[in-house]
Design a protein around this ligand. Structure first.
Ligand code: ADP
Ligand code: MG
Length: 330
């Protein structure tokens, strides 16, 4: 495709992220439906051109577990990235619509994400850096694919500063400023899988509860986008929450508690990792898989490739669960 903005007809908006928005569009000359991501880049023309060059690597990414790339172009202050349109949207939207995702489906998600991560790293030496349910997409053929991986170092840099978020999939070592590795993606996968299986972000309270404290922050804090610490929460909320915690005498996890972003980051670093709870509700192998993703010490955590040999994933691989039938239920 030789993509030009004037050939793309807007159909409707698919969602808003931190960097910009995603629209469903039709490439009129070829009658191809695409998802167009519009990222506002406040950078010099030379940097924008560099980003565009770096994005071209996506032309070489071919895997059934990775969203296909149609092309990218500059459009005044924006960079537009055109990719495969996934008609069932992202897994966060899906669980918010249908509730907690069946563990058999979660196992398939784990398998497909690991395959995608292994492909990206083994073939292209790309680390994803932004694994979370909104970057795992599904279509009515029952395919599950990952998108928004960190191909462009310049793009990561350009978005990083403008960022504040609500939920975080960042690993403890990443929060502490350590080098990013494929194992940080594994942590993010573990958090994402718990979120899908429970139907809520594992560090937050039950899905129905309010998250007013967190809603002070726009967007989602994700591994590629560390929080700018100076933009922290309003002054009084910490005391209020500390009081609530004391008075209710409950733990943060599953205890009906919201956290400010800084409390959340401290919690991830200092407290035990979340688990698939309650114990016994999910298969032992699923619990074990999630626990091994969420080992806090990155040296102990396994790589995506290694985790493809985990028992839970081996079963998921051979399971005859029909994802296409599942996707037709919503
Ligand atoms: P985020 O991933 O942080 O939610 P994005 O800007 O990357 O922000 O995406 C916004 C939303 O657009 C996503 O949550 C997802 O539901 C939707 N989306 C993104 N890419 C696609 C795609 N290729 N096909 C369908 N929906 C998409
Ligand atoms: Mg995204």
């Amino acid at each position: 495709y030789d993509l030009r903005d004037e050939d793309l007809k807007d159909l409707h908006e698919l969602g808003q992220g931190n960097g910009g928005s995603v629209k469903k569009v039709e490439h009129v000359p070829s009658r191809t439906i695409m998802a167009k991501k519009i990222v506002l880049i406040d950078a010099k023309p030379s940097v924008r051109k560099q980003i565009l060059r770096e994005l071209q690597i996506m032309h070489d990414c071919h895997s059934e577990y990775i969203i296909s790339f149609y092309g990218a172009f500059l459009s005044d202050p924006n960079i537009c990235i055109c990719m495969e349109f996934m008609d069932k949207g992202s897994l966060d939207g899906i669980y918010k619509q249908i509730g907690p995702i069946d563990i058999e489906v979660v196992a398939k998600v784990a398998h497909h994400v690991l395959e995608g991560l292994t492909y990206l790293y083994d073939v292209h030496r790309i680390i994803h850096r932004d694994i979370k349910p909104s970057n795992i997409l599904c279509n009515s053929k029952g395919q599950i694919k990952i998108c928004d991986f960190g191909v462009s170092g310049e793009l990561i840099n350009s978005i990083a500063d403008t960022f504040v978020g609500t939920s975080t999939y960042m690993s403890p070592e990443r929060i502490q400023g350590a080098q990013y590795t494929v194992k940080s993606d594994v942590w993010s996968l573990g958090i994402s899988l718990i979120e899908l299986a429970l139907g809520r972000f594992p560090f937050s309270e039950s899905a129905s509860d309010d998250d007013s404290d967190l809603s002070e922050f726009e967007g989602t804090l994700s591994p590629a986008r560390p929080v700018p610490l100076e933009k922290k929460k309003k002054g009084d909320s910490k005391d209020r929450k500390r009081d609530r915690r004391k008075s209710r005498g409950v733990s943060l996890q599953g205890g009906g508690m919201t956290m400010s972003i800084l409390e959340l980051l401290q919690h991830i670093v200092n407290e035990p990792a979340p688990k698939l709870t309650p114990e016994g509700r999910f298969p032992k192998e699923a619990e074990d898989f999630v626990n091994s993703c969420l080992l806090k010490e990155p040296d102990h955590r396994r790589t995506p490739k290694d985790l493809l040999n985990h028992e839970w994933i081996k079963h998921a691989r051979s399971a005859r669960f029909d994802l296409e039938a599942w996707a037709s239920t919503f």
